[in-house]
Design a protein around this ligand. Structure first.
Ligand code: ZN
Length: 449
C-alpha cells in the first residue's frame, strides 16, 4: 500500500479558532496546570505558549484523507495506536483579543519500524498557526505566523511482550557492517540485559543511575555483579546516584567512528560522588574539552525509539529544582477540559477501561502544559519559551505523582536549551527539550519604554 501518497494532504479541516484568545480560557488553563506565572494575567497578559493547540480544539474534525489513512493502516494490521511525540514551536506571544487561524497536513508516514511496542508506522501531522488582532479591528489577511504544532502517533501491531528477552534488539537496523539497512540510519548497539544487571536497566527506565551497595560491609559497586568484591557477600541493595561526578579518565574515539555515532566522541570513566566509576559518554561539549578531573553531572539521552542511556554533561550547567505534581483525577480532568480535549479516556474511567487502560490518564496537552509551567517556574515571567519538543513514555494515572527534573543542556547567550524529564511510578512519562529565551528583547523594550 502506498502510504506515502497521503503526505501533504490535509489532516484536519483547517480553520478558524472558535473563540478569540481570552482571559477566562487562559485562567482555566493556569488553574488546571497550577501555573502562577504573572505573564498570563492582567491587562498585558499573553497566553501560555503550551496552550497553543487548545485554541484550535473543538472546531476541527479529522479530514477524510486522515480517516482514510487510518483505515488503510488498520487494514494493514497496525490496529493499535499510541501518541509518541509532540513538538510545538512558538514564533511570537499570543495576546488577548487575537483570532487564531490554522492549517493541518499529514506531514509524513514513515516506513515500517520495529519499536518496543511492536512493528508499525509513525504518522506525523503538522499544524501551522497564524493569528490577527480581531479585537483591534485587524482582518484575517493581516494574520502573522504564530507557530506550529507537530504531533506524531505510532500505528502498530502489538508485539508479544511476554518477558524481558522480548525487548526488541534493534539488530535489524544495525546491519552486519554497522552501516544500517534499508536506507535507515544505523542504531547504537543494544545493551545486553541479564539477571545480574536488570536492576541497572530498570533504573535507567525510571530515570535513575543505580549502583549496588553490599548489605554486609557497605561497599558500593558498579558495574552490577552478583557478589561483593570487598567481603564476598551476595546480599546487597540498589541505590540511586545523586548525579555528581568527575572525569577519572577519558578517550576520544576518532577512528573508526561507528556509523551510529556519526562523529568523534568522548568516552569517559566517570567517578561518581558515591565512589563507583561508570563508563559513559560526555556530551554537550566537544570531545577535546573533556579533561581528566572535570566535574560532570548525570543526564539521560534518548538515542532512538527504544534506547536511553545515562550520559554526563559538564557540571556547573544549571539544574532546575525538582517539581513534584500529584496526579489527581481533578488534574487529569481539569487539564483535559482546559485544553478542550473531550476524549473519554481522559475523564470517564469506565470507558477508559473498556479501551484497555486501567483508568483515565493524562492527555498530552496537559503534559505539555506542565512542562511549560515547570520551565517558567524556573525562568520567571520575562522568559519566552520558543519551543517544546516532548517524547511521551508511560501513561500518568490517578494516584501517581509526576516528578519533573531538568538541566541546562546548552546555552547560547540568552537562548537556553533545557533537557526536561518527568517520571512516575511506571517510569519516564515525558522527556524532551525546551528552548527558552531568558529575557526577550521586545520585553526589555517594553519595560524601559
Ligand atoms: Zn561486602
Amino acid at each position: 500500500m502506498n502510504f506515502e501518497a497521503y503526505q501533504g494532504l490535509p489532516s484536519a479541516s483547517g480553520g478558524v479558532a472558535p473563540d478569540l484568545v481570552n482571559a477566562p480560557m487562559i485562567r482555566h488553563w493556569c488553574e488546571a496546570m497550577g501555573d502562577a506565572n504573572p505573564a498570563y494575567t492582567g491587562p498585558d497578559a499573553v497566553a501560555p505558549p503550551a496552550m497553543l493547540q487548545a485554541w484550535t480544539m473543538g472546531n476541527s474534525g479529522r479530514s477524510e484523507h486522515f480517516d482514510a489513512l487510518l483505515r488503510e493502516l488498520e487494514a494493514a494490521g497496525y490496529v493499535s495506536v499510541v501518541a509518541t511525540d509532540c513538538e510545538q514551536e512558538y514564533l511570537r506571544p499570543l495576546r488577548i483579543g487575537e483570532r487564531v487561524l490554522f492549517d493541518a497536513v499529514i506531514e509524513s508516514v514513515s516506513g515500517e519500524k520495529r519499536t518496543a511496542l511492536g512493528t508499525g508506522r509513525f504518522v506525523t501531522t503538522r499544524m501551522d498557526l497564524r493569528a490577527y488582532d480581531e479585537a483591534a479591528g485587524e482582518k484575517p489577511g493581516e494574520a502573522t505566523p504564530l507557530g506550529s504544532h507537530r504531533f506524531r502517533i505510532l500505528k502498530f501491531t502489538p508485539a508479544n511482550r511476554s518477558d524481558r528477552s522480548a525487548r526488541p534488539q534493534g539488530v535489524d537496523r544495525q546491519g552486519a557492517d554497522g552501516q544500517g539497512v534499508d536506507g535507515q540510519p544505523p542504531l547504537r548497539p543494544r545493551p545486553v540485559v541479564n539477571r545480574d544487571n536488570a536492576g541497572f536497566w530498570d533504573g535507567v527506565t525510571a530515570g535513575e543511575l543505580r549502583f549496588q551497595r553490599c548489605d554486609d560491609c557497605g561497599t558500593a559497586r558498579f558495574p552490577w555483579l552478583p557478589g561483593c568484591n570487598g567481603c564476598g557477600s551476595d546480599r546487597w541493595h540498589a541505590e540511586a546516584a545523586a548525579g555528581a561526578g568527575t572525569v577519572y579518565s577519558k578517550v576520544t574515539v576518532h577512528h573508526p567512528v561507528p556509523a551510529a555515532f556519526g562523529k568523534p566522541y568522548a568516552v569517559a570513566l566517570v567517578e561518581l560522588a558515591e565512589g563507583v566509576r561508570i563508563v559513559a559518554n560526555v556530551v554537550g561539549v566537544p570531545p577535546e574539552q573533556v579533561v581528566i578531573g572535570m566535574p560532570v553531572g548525570l543526564g539521560f539521552q534518548r538515542f532512538d525509539e527504544e534506547l536511553v542511556l545515562p550520559v554526563f554533561h559538564p557540571a556547573g550547567s544549571d539544574r532546575l529544582p525538582p517539581l513534584r505534581v500529584p496526579v489527581t483525577r481533578t488534574l487529569i480532568v481539569a487539564g483535559a477540559i482546559a485544553s478542550r480535549d473531550y476524549q473519554d479516556v481522559h475523564h470517564d474511567a469506565e470507558l477508559a477501561r473498556a479501551k484497555g487502560a486501567p483508568d483515565i490518564f493524562m492527555n498530552i496537552l496537559t503534559t505539555n502544559g506542565l512542562v511549560g509551567r515547570y520551565v517558567t517556574d524556573w525562568t520567571g515571567p520575562h522568559a519566552r519559551i520558543e519551543s517544546i519538543a516532548i517524547r511521551l513514555g508511560v501513561p500518568a494515572y490517578p494516584g501517581d505523582e509526576l516528578q519533573f527534573s531538568g538541566e541546562v543542556a546548552r546555552r547560547d547567550g540568552e537562548l537556553v536549551e533545557l533537557a526536561i524529564r518527568g517520571t512516575n511510578r511506571l517510569g519516564v512519562h515525558v522527556s524532551g527539550t525546551v528552548k527558552v529565551r531568558l529575557q526577550h528583547s521586545d520585553e526589555q523594550k517594553g519595560e524601559h519604554a
